[in-house]
Design a protein. Structure first.
Ligand SMILES: Cc1ncc(COP(=O)(O)O)c(C=O)c1O
Length: 416
């Protein structure tokens, strides 16, 4: 089909036209089958057309397809917020609001912390990704392509190095950069929030250093600065737990949700400490579609399926399969470009590097094409687009997962 009616500023990783999907498999309009290791970029932790989600959407569509919550509240929104509050593993009472997307959740979080603190400075991290809207662009720790040609962005925003065993940046280095920031660039009393991904998604599936996370938590407590965790990609079971911040032993003050929250229906949320969330004037938060009843029904069915036992089993099965195969490939010397494996749980990245350690971005592009031709959809990540990010549904059948990894192995072997 022609793309003439589509903006050429949308970059398309796989130039195919999808028709339908079932759990971890999708088919294009020519009938070709693909194993899906992209999952709609982390949206389909429960797979394509999860029966519980489909049934909930279908049933809701016969009852109430839409109402703007600010005009008149409806049961699915109220029920979902209660379920989400119970699902967020923190010791304080959780409240929040629903949005249409992840970026909209991040946007609203910026407004919420401005309202709560009376301050405006945001501290984000190198390699971060928080969205494509005007204010979230500036939070991203990557210029090309997001910040190009759009002029002056809303600020002020400062970035710190993101410490992780996966990128070699240490906790001490990040803390030193923080010291410098507050002695050279800005006064700590002007800071409205820190925003951080517990595992960076777009940045290359880098798991945050635990010592740094705890030092950052203490710093925020001492200076009365809200700490926002962006769990849009790492949440809802991706790392084998409900949310990736649990691994860090900290409680964020606000948490951003999106992607796999509703099994494929557009929905996001900002949740956290109630005293932070109640400061903007009435009408300061909301939106026509945010918390649409059909999206809420999808999210309620998602939460029904995401028991802790399921998340643990799914996460560990996928992690075991990926890490076993990766280590075998390393031992065999399968591919000269095979670099480090990054991430935690089932949120795994595989780096491609040249002999001198520089990113092998060209080979990753080649791999995406080889794999697609062979029936496997993959997604790149990392500043240099040299890290494969593995986001297969958590519900993928073990045989389909192995089949996908077999294709990946065969394609890695062919890289020139
Ligand atoms: C960590 C993170 N935050 C925010 C976003 C933006 O979400 P959305 O694309 O739903 O606006 C993304 C999307 O990839 C993300 O991975």
């Amino acid at each position: 089909m022609s793309h003439a009616t589509i903006s050429q500023s949308i970059s398309i990783v796989h130039p195919i036209s999808l028709s339908h999907g079932k759990n971890a498999e999708v088919w294009d309009t020519t009938g070709k089958r693909y194993i899906d290791f992209v999952g709609g970029i982390g949206v389909l932790n429960l797979g394509h057309c999860h029966p519980g989600v489909v049934e909930a959407i279908r049933e809701q569509a016969t009852k109430l397809t839409h109402y703007a919550f600010n005009a008149a509240p409806h049961a699915p929104y109220l029920e979902l917020m209660e379920r989400i509050s119970a699902f967020i593993p923190v010791g304080y009472p959780v409240s929040g609001m629903l949005t249409n997307s992840g970026a909209e959740a991040a946007e609203n979080a910026l407004k919420i912390v401005r309202g709560a603190t009376g301050r405006t400075v945001v501290i984000a991290f190198d390699g971060a990704f928080h969205g494509r809207t005007l204010a979230t662009l500036n939070l991203n720790g990557k210029v090309a392509p997001y910040k190009q040609k759009v002029g002056v962005l809303p600020g002020p925003v400062y970035h710190l190095p993101y410490p992780s065993a996966d990128n070699g940046v240490t906790c001490a280095e990040a803390l030193k950069a923080m010291d410098r920031l507050f002695s050279v660039e800005i006064d700590v009393s002007d800071v409205a929030c820190f925003i951080i991904e517990p595992v960076q998604g777009e940045g290359g599936f880098l798991a945050l250093d635990i010592e740094f996370a705890q030092a950052l938590r203490r710093f925020c407590d001492t200076n009365n600065i809200p700490l926002i965790a962006d769990e849009i990609q790492s949440g809802f079971g991706r790392t084998g737990q409900r949310f990736a911040f649990s691994r860090l032993g900290i409680e964020p003050d606000l948490i951003l949700l999106g992607k796999s929250i509703a099994g494929g229906v557009p929905l996001g949320a900002v949740v956290g400490r109630k005293p932070l969330l109640d400061n903007l004037p009435k009408g300061g938060l909301g939106g026509t579609y945010s918390g649409n009843p059909i999206a809420c029904a999808g999210a309620l069915a998602t939460l029904d399926a995401m028991t802790d036992a399921h998340l643990k089993t799914w996460g560990s099965q996928q992690e075991e399969a990926i890490t076993r195969r990766y280590h075998a490939w390393r031992t065999q010397g399968l591919c000269a470009y095979l670099g480090r494996m990054t991430g935690v749980g089932a949120m795994r990245g595989i780096e491609l590097v040249n002999a001198d350690g520089t990113p092998a971005s060209k080979q990753l592009t080649q791999l995406l094409e080889l794999a697609r031709d062979a029936g496997l959809l993959l997604m790149p990540s990392g500043k240099s687009r040299h890290i494969i990010r593995l986001l297969a549904p958590l519900t993928i059948e073990p045989a389909v997962l192995e089949e996908g990894l077999d294709i990946l192995e065969a394609c890695l072997r062919q890289l020139a």
